[in-house]
Write a protein that binds this ligand. Structure first.
Ligand code: SUG
Length: 448
């Protein structure tokens, strides 16, 4: 069996809410303080997983992280029983309460950067969990994510799950949202493309209004750790202008799959030179040509690219060999984005189908189809040895739907976070999930 790409979606957790925590993420700001519907969020996410499972047979999931993290509030000086800690945080610093309740681990494109074993010198699959140190609510994901990944990819002879990079500004790392692997359809050796927003050169161009969440230093360290060959890696810088327009991760403005790169013409700094270099390296690595589909400002204004999330669509190779483009339904509603989709379908490439999905609950926090999945290319032995309980089968899908309907609320406002009952509710849900996924409850509950 050859190498195959698996999709690990984040199962959306029971405390999904809109707290407006992400500076530079326009949807998060726009929907801040709205009432969320965790149940429909999770069902929307599961429906996407089911669709991809039916088309590929390679859909898996990562469990939600335990929330609330009351130990985070305690470490900041809030004392008393759980109910007292929650009440005090709610009254004095509600933003800290929202942070410890955030369900942001759903966006698994930020969970880690993954290099398949065929690319790595020691022949193991390398995973670097992202430190996510640019935002406080996401920085508390890294340790638990590392633990979950180690529980799923256990065999050390086949997998190397590193520690996250040092949680320090130099090494700000947001995982696969800024990393794309190009490969021929035979899934041989790949070319890994790392994109950063903050360059090493202190005189280099940087965004003015919003933070650049990925540093060059971090991207280089990940490539070194993963033991990638220098001629099979390419580094590029995000255009600082697009970060200021709301492109907080590169996957909001570009998506790559196999030999295709779909991107906006403003996505990168010195785009023409960079894409020439990428094409040359791709040809040297695979012997094939890279197909670049670029949309100009006239075809798709930056603002529409950000609001429709066209470039956050997911590209998947189906069992029959064709490629489907999975777009958020917002791309159907936006005329410019819809016309771009039609051009992609009419172009000379293997993309022959578009699927529009309603992922609004996640989209309203800035998370589209591509944000919700982490790609992991596995060889035959790795497929057999990873934890089988996370592979989405027909039966797992039904169990998870039932689990969501039993444990999730249909509405969650910022005020609801002060309800102490929510702590017990989410704990019971996670305990039940550990049985469904056959993963130890200490891992899912993050206990010693
Ligand atoms: O990090 N939103 C996430 C969205 C992540 C999208 N991922 C990718 N592009 N790969 C973020 O900004 C909002 C949470 C809130 O406001 O409640 C949030 O964290």
């Amino acid at each position: 069996m050859r190498n195959q790409e698996y999709f690990f979606d984040g199962l959306i957790g029971p405390t999904h809410n809109y707290a407006g925590l992400s500076l530079g993420n326009i949807a998060s700001k726009l929907h801040s303080q709205e009432v969320a519907n965790p149940r429909s969020a999770a069902l929307q996410g599961l429906a996407k997983m089911k669709r991809v499972a039916d088309l590929t047979g390679r859909q898996c999931l990562l469990p939600p992280l335990r929330r609330p993290r009351l130990e985070f509030l305690r470490s900041l000086g809030f004392r008393g029983t759980d109910a007292e800690v929650i009440d005090r945080a709610y009254r004095y610093r509600p933003e800290l309460l929202a942070i410890c309740y955030s369900a942001s681990s759903m966006w698994t494109a930020n969970a880690a950067t993954v290099s398949p074993s065929v690319d790595c010198l020691d022949g193991r699959l390398h995973i670097t969990p992202a430190n996510l140190q640019s935002t406080l609510h996401r920085s508390i994901e890294a340790t638990s994510t590392t633990r979950n990944l180690r529980a799923i990819f256990k065999t050390e002879e086949l997998f190397c799950v590193h520690q996250p990079l040092p949680a320090q500004a130099w090494f700000a790392d947001e995982g696969a949202a800024n990393h794309t692997r190009f490969v021929d359809s035979g899934q041989g050796v790949g070319l890994e493309f790392f994109v950063f927003g903050s360059p090493l050169d202190s005189t280099g161009l940087v965004p003015r209004n919003f933070p650049a969440r990925q540093t060059q230093m971090a991207s280089e360290a990940v490539a070194r750790r993963h033991q990638l060959l220098p001629d099979r890696i390419c580094f590029g810088q995000q255009n600082p202008r697009v970060i200021d327009a709301g492109v907080f991760h590169n996957d909001v403005i570009a998506v790559g799959h196999e030999d295709v790169l779909l991107c906006h013409r403003q996505a990168f700094l010195n785009q023409t030179e960079l894409l020439d270099q990428l094409s040359r390296q791709f040809e040297n690595t695979t012997g094939d040509s890279l197909r670049i589909i670029e949309f100009s400002e006239a075809e798709l204004p930056l603002q529409d690219a950000v609001s429709s999330y066209l470039f956050n669509s997911q590209l998947i190779t189906r069992k029959d060999g064709g490629i489907s483009l999975i777009c958020p339904v917002e791309c159907k509603e936006n005329q410019a984005a819809r016309e771009c989709v039609e051009k992609v379908l009419g172009g000379k490439n293997r993309i022959d189908e578009v699927i529009f999905l309603d992922l609004r609950q996640s989209m309203n926090n800035g998370g589209g189809p591509a944000c919700l999945r982490l790609r992991v290319v596995l060889d035959a032995r790795q497929q057999d040895s990873m934890h089988a309980g996370v592979l989405l089968t027909e039966s797992l899908y039904s169990k998870l739907k039932e689990w969501v309907c039993c444990h999730y609320r249909e509405s969650l406002s910022q005020d609801d976070l002060r309800d102490p009952n929510l702590v017990g509710e989410t704990q019971v849900a996670i305990e039940a999930l550990s049985k469904i996924l056959d993963l130890p409850s200490q891992v899912l509950l993050d206990q010693p």
